[in-house]
Write a protein that binds this ligand. Structure first.
Ligand SMILES: [Zn+2]
Length: 286
């Protein structure tokens, strides 16, 4: 969940010189795609798999559309022009480290809640509806938009208080995207001694285990799981992925994104309502 953080904070920056987040997202995606091709762990797993098209839509939707809409909405209705900017004058390296640590801890807490609170688990199910043979880098963006809003809403707390520069948040977002892609990629990497600091593919696949204990909630950093006793790192990968009852998940992108509506409406009607909602939101916030 390292995505679309950009732009929620900060002044005093030359953000116009920065590469748009979505272009960096594409570059990181291509990089991890090729890393996966070279270092593939589960031999025989094809990149051309069931659900790939739907996951590509999630990548574009959660990595760009939802971020644009949240940014536009926050800029128009929520953020006061002179909100706190404690960190904006710090050295860039310090801002980046502080942004990664503070935002990652918030995300670790939110991720815990998504699993432990039944109402919130409903929104997180989609991300865990990954069967064997489907787990690869692009799963890192298979989320419902409501979950993205929950994450971003909570992450606004340190952002509003500390007020990092746009550049620091950009680096934090790209780094988070890279680690998130690697976590879900078909790799067995642990990063050696750095496994106690950074979340990694070998740990995160256990978060997706079908009947495994609910552990490894880390996003970018694994340190929270080690400190709070929720980390596991067995030698072998889990034998089965997913969750009990995952057969209920719709397979189509819009039906997945508008899961709640899909409980009462047929999938074509859900798709149409989703498309209308997105287009009208863009029109209203343009
Ligand atoms: Zn989870």
């Amino acid at each position: 969940m390292g995505a679309d953080v950009k732009g929620q904070s900060a002044r005093k920056s030359d953000s116009h010189q920065m590469i748009p987040y979505w272009l960096a997202l594409i570059a990181v995606s291509i990089l991890v795609f090729f890393i996966e091709r070279v270092f593939a762990h589960r031999q025989g797993q094809s990149w051309l798999r069931r659900g790939l098209l739907s996951d590509l839509f999630h990548l574009g939707f959660n990595g760009h559309v939802v971020g644009v809409l949240l940014y536009a909405f926050a800029g128009r209705y929520l953020v006061e022009p002179d909100f706190q900017s404690v960190a904006v004058d710090w050295p860039m390296w310090l801002q980046v480290i502080a942004a990664i640590i503070s935002l990652d801890f918030i995300q670790w807490c939110v991720h815990n809640a998504l699993h432990r609170v039944p109402f919130l688990w409903h929104f997180h199910k989609l991300h865990h509806g990954v069967v064997d043979g489907e787990m690869d880098w692009i799963v890192s963006f298979r989320f419902q938009w409501i979950e993205v809003v929950i994450y971003q809403g909570m992450m606004a707390l340190p952002l509003a208080w500390l007020g990092f520069s746009v550049e620091a948040l950009w680096i934090q977002a790209i780094f988070g995207t890279l680690i998130g892609h690697l976590n879900h990629a078909n790799l067995s990497w642990t990063y050696g001694p750095f496994r106690y600091l950074f979340n990694n593919p070998a740990m995160h696949i256990w978060h997706h285990a079908y009947d495994g204990p609910t552990r490894n909630f880390g996003i970018v950093l694994s340190i929270w799981d080690w400190v709070f006793g929720t980390a596991i790192l067995p030698d072998q990968a889990p034998s089965k992925l997913g969750y009990e009852g995952m057969e209920e998940l719709p397979t189509e992108f819009f039906a997945q994104q508008f899961w709640q509506l899909g409980r009462w409406l047929p999938q074509p009607a859900v798709s149409a309502s989703g498309l209308i909602l997105i287009l009208s939101a863009y029109w209203a916030l343009r």
